[in-house]
Unconditional design. Sequence first.
Length: 281
Amino acid sequence: MKERRDCKIVQDLLPNYIEKLTNEETNMYVEEHLKNCNDCQKMLENMKKELNLKTNKRDEREVKYIKKFSNKMKVLKFILLALILIYFIVVGRRTLIMFSLSEKAKENKLYDNYYAKLYSYHGDSLTITESYNKGEDYLTTMTRFVNGNQIQKLTYYKKGNEKLFLTESEGKKYIKDAETIMHASVSPITYLSDGILANIQRAFITGIDFAYCNGKECYVINENSLERYIDKETGLAVREIQKSNKDTIGGTDVIVDFEYKFNTVKESDIIRPDTSDYIVN
Ligand SMILES: [Zn+2]
């Protein structure tokens, strides 16, 4: 009878005993009883098995959940890495294009014999600039037309020590003080920075595309409201479009087309303008 009562007590204690929630005295009592009672031993083993099973199931669920979560994270990480990689490839490509163009432009800017022609369109107005350059000498004319009528012409001339600055507008022709003109030759223009670092920096913020412009293969650089076409061969400007916005005068685009010829300027291209009907002003 005592056995049975003890068994009841021990069996009540077993769950706590397994979880190690019982105190030392109780443990001793339980263990003492277990030594001599097969029934309770079996009960203990069964309880332990059941508990293990439960724990395993819970662990499995946790593992599954963590796996699922970490798989999701892996996919996200992969997408993020792929995007970063693509971004760097794009930036790298832009850098290489801009750097190679700027190197070509640098070479072409070294020529001291070149001819430049610029057409600048702005609404009804067209300004044509022509510049012959040979060594230190140059002859540059800027002619402005509005609705097809010539309204102004400026001429800059320098040969040896002689400098001339002529203006012509509304039928009045003046010889101006040529010393006010610093240097009126038109240098070849590029829109690119020198050096790889400057180009890397720029490649992060600047879009670059391929396009044909004025019959030339070009790269287009878009910056803010500026669209700039650069000759693939020379690295020099082919066209610049200043897109109109509410701040632009007249609200129309300004378009400039560029043309360059190298080593074609002859001595006879830079001849002193006839100033016989000009008035000194
Ligand atoms: Zn027992």
